[in-house]
Design a protein. Structure first.
Lengths: 50, 418
């Protein structure tokens, strides 16, 4: 799964498969991180108070 | 009792009635959980799977619910990428159905692998030459996308929304939902396709094997296409069932008509592609492997030519004609019959591509392999259905899954007043 795993091979198959997985996970991770950090900042600024 | 949690301006049944039905479906859920625990603690000997049926009822259920759960990715694609604004009124419900379908698919897979503690092996020790690895990756990631799409709905609950952090989080997630939806569409395209690809690359199984483009057999594209067609059909069908139970309109007719029209054209084009694929397979691919077309539909107690007629004509051609014509869509009976048949067509297609593939003899000394699932397999297949119904009940009661509901009720009251 990771380049430092013993079964990792630097070939096209691994790069396409694992690259796709990490690409999707990165988008989801960064997207959620952005939303959470912005929500904290907005809350501290007093936005969203009813 | 729980009125403070119910969205403002809408009516729900009494708390007692709600709990009663939760208990009823909870009992069914418990039955499934008992069967699931039997499979986990005693092993796959609890099933009727054998050397001929490595894939059985569970994999059919998996493929079928993934196909009909495709409404989430396709509606999301139409709403966020192609800008079909009307669909914002049904996207929440499509996401809920997708979330239920994919959670169910993952649960069934967790039972089917027999040793769930080693489920993570498929990620860590990935076989990068397997279409099923791609399916596992995309399925897990897409379930994460659906969870991300479902979270803002939970945060919009009347009480949760009062907390400023949750209100802001929900607002921010809506702000970049197009990115998540695009990622979801990308993942869905590949896993729906790879599930079809798994059947299509089986060169030792002439009933399933197909030619194709580069590494992808035609079934790769047909599976994605049929999911995009049957997913919206399932969304319309379940929303209609909820409307009947709730005895009120929840989604405006123009939204249903638009989604039905798009589903109709997807189904029509898919059916044409499927007919061409079947014709080429029957006249070229199967004969090249030494089989006659009728070899696959005779000399067995179940699989006759009727199943092909059911899949392509009754569940393909007929609903397509109804859904692409304005007159067909206008009549509620025809519309609902068509979306039911469209959904059934995907389920029948997955059945033949999983179970009939296993049943067909491939060697001259073999005869048809027939199979009937054990009660544990049936109970664990019904388990996610009961769980899904309970989640729909809870979501409908406490979350704004139908944003037009209040407006429709107000219009109804205004018209009565006038």
């Amino acid at each position: 799964m990771l380049p430092f795993s013993f079964e990792w091979v630097w070939d096209l198959d691994h790069m396409v498969f694992m690259g796709g997985l990490w690409y999707a996970l990165t988008i989801l991770g960064l997207g959620m991180t952005y939303c959470i950090i912005k929500a904290i900042v907005d809350t501290v600024k007093g936005k969203g108070s009813h | 009792m729980d009125s403070a949690l119910i969205p403002e301006g809408v009516k729900r049944c009494s708390f007692g009635k709600f709990v009663f039905w939760l208990v009823v479906f909870g009992a069914v859920l418990l039955w499934g959980i008992v069967a699931m625990l039997l499979c986990w603690f005693k092993g796959l000997n609890q099933t009727n799977m054998n050397d001929a049926y490595g894939f059985a009822l569970w994999i059919w259920a998996d493929l079928a619910i993934i196909a009909i759960g495709g409404g989430a990715f396709f509606t999301g694609l139409l709403r966020y990428i192609f800008g079909k604004e009307e669909l914002k009124n049904i996207i929440n419900f499509a996401v809920l159905l997708g979330f239920i379908c994919y959670a169910s698919a993952l649960l069934i897979l967790a039972i089917d692998i027999g040793q769930p503690l080693r489920g993570w092996f498929i990620f860590w020790h990935a076989n990068v030459h397997s279409m099923l690895t791609e399916v596992a990756f995309c399925l897990s990631c897409y379930f994460a996308v659906l969870t991300i799409e479902y979270i803002p709905l939970i945060l919009e609950n009347r009480q949760i929304d009062k907390v400023p952090f949750f209100h802001n989080l929900s607002h921010n997630m809506h702000g970049i939902m197009a990115i998540f939806a695009a990622t979801g569409a990308f993942l869905s395209f590949f896993h729906q396709g790879s599930l079809g690809g798994v059947a299509g690359v089986l060169f030792g199984r002439p009933f399933a094997f197909r030619e194709g483009v580069f590494i992808w057999p035609w079934t790769f594209f047909l599976f994605t296409w049929s999911a995009a067609a049957s997913g919206p059909c399932f969304t319309i069908l379940v929303s209609w069932i909820i409307e009947k139970i709730a005895r009120k309109k929840l989604i405006k007719q123009n939204v249903i008509m638009l989604l039905a029209k798009i589903a109709g054209w997807m189904l029509a084009t898919y059916t044409i592609a499927k007919i061409i694929d079947t014709w080429y397979w029957a006249t070229v691919t199967a004969p090249a492997a030494g089989h006659n077309f009728m070899d696959f539909y005779s000399n067995n107690p179940l699989y006759g030519i009727w199943i092909l007629v059911l899949e392509i004509v009754i569940c393909g051609v007929i609903p397509s004609i109804i859904l692409i014509t304005k007159t067909g869509r206008r009549y509620s009976f025809l519309l609902i019959s068509a979306v039911f048949l469209g959904m059934l067509g995907a389920c029948v297609n997955r059945w033949v591509m999983v179970l009939q593939v296993m049943a067909v003899p491939v060697l001259t000394f073999e005869s048809w392999f027939m199979y009937f699932p054990s009660w544990q397999e049936i109970a664990t297949t019904i388990l996610p259905v009961a769980g899904g119904i309970m989640l729909i009940m809870i979501s409908y009661r406490y979350l704004p899954i139908f944003p037009q509901e209040r407006e429709i009720e107000e219009e109804k009251h205004a018209s009565i007043f006038v």
